[in-house]
Design a protein around this ligand. Structure first.
Ligand SMILES: C[S@@+](CC[C@H](N)C(=O)[O-])C[C@H]1O[C@@H](n2cnc3c(N)ncnc32)[C@H](O)[C@@H]1O
Length: 283
């Protein structure tokens, strides 16, 4: 994929590089961690009786595969779309092992030429906060949505509300001052933290019946997977592979201490503070 002079060039480079690699390597662990959100999306699809479902920023495909399985009973179909080639490649490999394989596309949701009005539901688990022009991206998705189609996405609330998610970079900052600080509203994990901003993006993009609600979900991770999680994901996961082994081990050890409040015996527990972002395409 040519990343020069195109929309979302920075995010495309990131998700085809270190971030994509981290998510591919940690796929099983991340899918277990975020399974409660997958269940919520599948439930929403069932409640809406949607038949043609698009999963945006589907990554390694877990939610798309789960939706496809749900739709298999009703002869519905699921499509997963993502800008990350390695993540989509893994999603495709996983689909080959299922009896109701969804279709996976490697493309940018902001600019992809979807067939107009071709989906009656658009879902996403943490895959819509990375656009450099969110209004344009959601307008593009609205055109892909059939009249009356539902939008149902899950996004993170603020970094302050999600201390587990930022514990690693805070603890590593003294060792690694070069780790870029997260800027509010910039494309990334917490870009949709501000509810009013998200409302305004959807309104400008032509969605109606916008409904944004807090969603707090208890998440767990086996304690023995925590070091891997720290080393592979988030801003720290991007920097650590570039360091020599000794420095890496020292930082992981120091950062690990910052996670102690979340460790309960063999389990790591935290509450994910999110929004459910719902809307409808105009009829
Ligand atoms: C935090 S991951 C979530 C992946 C997946 N939804 C899951 O829950 O496992 C965010 C995903 O959004 C994708 N993404 C970022 N910008 C995108 C864009 N413009 N178009 C499509 N996908 C995008 C990334 O490649 C990445 O797979």
């Amino acid at each position: 994929m040519d990343t020069n002079q195109q929309a979302n060039a920075q995010q495309i480079a990131l998700w085809n590089g270190s971030a994509g690699r981290g998510w591919v390597e940690a796929q099983e662990s991340l899918d277990r961690l975020f399974e409660p959100f997958e269940d919520l999306l599948v439930q929403a699809v069932a409640e809406r009786k949607a038949q043609r479902v698009l999963d945006i920023g589907c990554g390694t495909g877990s939610t798309t595969l789960a939706v496809a399985e749900q739709l298999a009973n009703t002869k519905g179909s699921a499509v997963g779309l993502d800008i990350s080639e390695p993540m989509i490649a893994l999603a495709k490999r996983r689909a080959e092992l299922t009896s109701a394989p969804p279709h996976f596309i490697c493309a940018d949701a902001q600019t992809h030429a979807f067939e107009p009005a071709s989906f009656d539901m658009i879902v996403s688990r943490f895959g819509v906060m990375f656009f450099d022009d969110s209004v344009r991206a959601f307008a593009n998705l609205r055109r892909a949505a059939a009249p009356g189609a539902a939008l149902h996405t899950i996004v993170w609330r603020s970094a302050a509300d999600n201390s587990f998610m930022t514990a690693a970079e805070r603890a590593a900052a003294p060792f690694l001052p070069e780790i870029p600080k997260r800027q509010p509203d910039e494309p990334g994990q917490f870009a949709f933290a501000d509810r009013d901003r998200v409302y305004s993006i959807l309104e400008k993009a032509g969605w109606s019946e916008i409904d944004i609600r807090p969603l707090d979900v208890a998440c767990t991770l086996p304690e023995h997977e925590l070091n891997d999680y720290i080393a592979r994901l988030g801003p720290l996961g991007r920097v650590l592979p570039q360091l020599d082994e000794q420095k890496r081990a020292r930082i992981i050890e120091a950062v690990r201490t910052a996670f102690e409040p979340f460790v309960h015996g063999a389990e790591v527990r935290f509450t994910a503070a999110c929004w459910t972002v719902g809307a409808r395409a105009p009829r």
